[in-house]
Each structure stands twice: as structure tokens, then as C-alpha cells.
Ligand binder design. Structure first.
Ligand SMILES: [Zn+2]
Length: 321
């Protein structure tokens, strides 16, 4: 009997135990090695590119011999001004990649014994960094497109006589959004947040090669896809798959995102929905990779991602939370 990938030993190449056993110095070395791969972890000045840098060992900083700029391994990256130790950051990323249905900030704060606010911002920074993996990415070959609505539900009133028709827009909360996912079979999943699924046609025009074959369900707005692509349609009232026409891959992304939103985040504000979508897409696309490889990839994304305009200093700007 074949073993599910996540149950196999090949899926487990990293553990929290090994991270803490290796300790802070090793975690720091890991960050240097991943940020400066071309020089085997030797510091490179981010300002002028010079490789001759003095190490100020006690402060884990470097000083460029050419332009005198002082920097650290996380300067100018999404981890700039970090307060967390490197070993805790490594552990946080391990917990993050192991959580295949996403991770709430509350759970991360408990596992790391850090403030909720710290965990909240850290997890969002990681999501921002991993989303950049597919920035400007285009899709080719067999591509599936679909949309799913999230949020905006209004709790029904206790007494039946007070209840309103929740299908009417005037009785909705205004926070309902659609996630549109476009997924290449054996390729990447791109996600977008909008107000209506029909926006997916314009999005596809931006990111899907004209040589692709596109698969969509029976919803009327997808008829417009036929103008630009060969399109396989599947009518879900009749079957989930027929003659190779199906949207099963993109559906499995939505199933992960639904479980993430319902089980970890317990509902989601439209403000963060794009982050959770990108996170679920990343998990889906890398589900067959070991946790060690995913860990390395997230550190790599993070140390090559610039300071976040959204999440750097987030709590200084949002005191009222
Ligand atoms: Zn320099």
C-alpha cells in the first residue's frame, strides 16, 4: 500500500527539536547562508555590493570596507528590525510550514510564547514574502479557473419574525469578497480577491498564455473565455469530470482555503483575504515537498523580500487594537 506523502519519512526532514538543539548560532548561520548564497554565507554589502565586510561579531553586524555602511543579515529584508532571536524565527517558520491548513496567530503565539501581536505580524510578513514567489508569474498548458465567495455572512436574528432575506444585498454586511484562483495543472496557483467572479476573465487575460487550454465550470460569465482560449467546460450539475474537463485542482485549493479560514482564522476580514489565499496557494503548490525544503524556501523568500510597507511597524500605526 502506498503511504500518503505527508506520512512518509521523506516529508519530514526538519523538526523543532533539531532547530532548538542546534541553537542560536546555527540558526544565525542558516540565515546568512540563505541570504548570501553566492558567497557561501559571507556578507555582501546591500548598499554597494562589496564583499569585503568587517564583522562586528558581538552585535551580529557587518561594516562595509568600501562604503562604511553598517548592516545585518536581516537589514532591508522583511525581517528588518526583528526582535525575535534567530532560533525562534527558525522555529516559527518550521511551525508555519508544518501547518498545512494554515496557522492562526494565537496558536503561533502560544507555541513560541510570544505576544499575540508579534505572532500576528510575523505570520503576515511570511505570507507577504511567499506570495512574491508568483509575482509576475504567468500560466501555461492546462489551466483551471474558478471563484469562491468568502465572508459577508450576517448572523440570522434569534426570532424568526426578525429575520431578513440574507440573499439581498441591502441585508449583507458589505464584507463579502470573491477569491478567484487560476491554477496550472502541475504548475502554480495564482489568487486574486475581487467583488465578483466575472472579474476572473480580465485576470486570466493578464496571466494565462493564449496557447493554454482553460477549464471552467458552467457559470455564464466564463463564456467570454471562449473568445481568447480553447475552453473545456464542466457542468457541475451533471458531473465533476468528463472527458478531461474538470476543475478539480482549483477546487482542492479552495477546499484548503476554506478549511484554513474556518478552522484557523474563524472567518476573515476582506483586508487579509488576499494574504490567506496566497498562503493556501503556496501550501497547495508545495504540498509534495519536504518540510525542510519548504522551511528553507520560506527563509529564502523572506530574506530576499524588501521591508514590508504594510507590516513593518504595524502596531505602532495601529495602537487601538
Ligand atoms: Zn558598501
Amino acid at each position: 500500500m502506498s503511504v500518503h506523502f505527508l506520512l512518509s519519512a521523506a516529508a519530514r526532514t526538519l523538526s523543532l527539536g533539531s532547530i532548538y538543539k542546534a541553537g542560536e548560532a546555527e540558526a544565525y548561520k542558516t540565515f546568512c547562508a540563505i541570504r548570501w548564497t553566492e558567497t557561501n554565507g559571507e556578507a555582501v554589502c546591500p548598499r554597494c555590493g562589496c564583499v569585503e565586510c568587517y564583522e562586528i561579531t558581538t552585535r551580529r553586524k557587518f561594516k562595509c570596507s568600501a562604503c562604511r555602511h553598517q548592516f545585518s543579515v536581516t537589514s532591508g529584508t522583511i525581517f528588518a528590525s526583528r526582535k525575535m532571536s534567530f532560533v525562534d524565527l527558525c522555529a516559527a517558520i518550521c511551525i508555519f510550514v508544518n501547518a498545512v491548513k494554515g496557522l492562526s496567530a494565537l496558536q503561533l503565539s502560544r507555541d513560541l510564547d510570544c505576544q499575540y501581536k508579534t505572532a500576528f505580524v510575523l505570520a503576515h510578513k511570511l505570507r507577504e514574502a511567499l506570495a512574491a514567489e508568483v509575482e509576475n508569474h504567468t500560466l501555461d498548458g492546462e489551466v483551471e479557473i474558478d471563484g469562491a465567495y468568502f465572508g459577508g455572512s450576517v448572523r440570522p436574528a434569534n426570532f424568526a419574525e426578525d429575520r431578513v432575506d440574507r440573499r439581498l444585498s441591502e441585508n449583507q454586511s458589505g464584507t463579502r469578497r470573491v477569491v478567484i484562483a487560476i491554477r496550472q495543472r502541475k504548475g502554480r496557483t495564482l489568487t486574486f480577491v475581487g467583488k465578483s467572479e466575472a472579474e476572473g476573465v480580465e485576470l486570466a487575460a493578464r496571466v494565462v498564455s493564449r496557447k493554454s487550454v482553460v477549464f471552467a465550470d458552467e457559470a455564464g460569465h466564463w463564456d467570454r473565455l471562449h473568445r481568447a482560449w480553447i475552453v473545456g467546460r464542466i457542468n457541475h450539475r451533471e458531473a465533476y469530470s468528463a472527458d478531461g474537463a474538470n476543475t478539480n485542482q482549483v477546487e482542492s485549493f479552495f477546499s484548503r482555503l476554506r478549511r484554513m479560514v474556518a478552522g484557523q482564522h474563524h472567518g476573515v476580514s476582506p483586508k487579509y483575504l488576499h494574504q490567506y489565499s496566497a498562503h493556501a496557494a503556496w501550501l497547495e503548490d508545495h504540498r509534495r515537498r519536504s518540510n525542510g525544503e519548504n522551511h528553507r524556501a520560506v527563509i529564502g523568500n523572506a530574506v530576499h523580500h524588501p521591508v514590508s510597507t504594510v507590516w513593518a511597524g504595524y502596531w505602532q500605526r495601529h495602537q487601538e487594537h
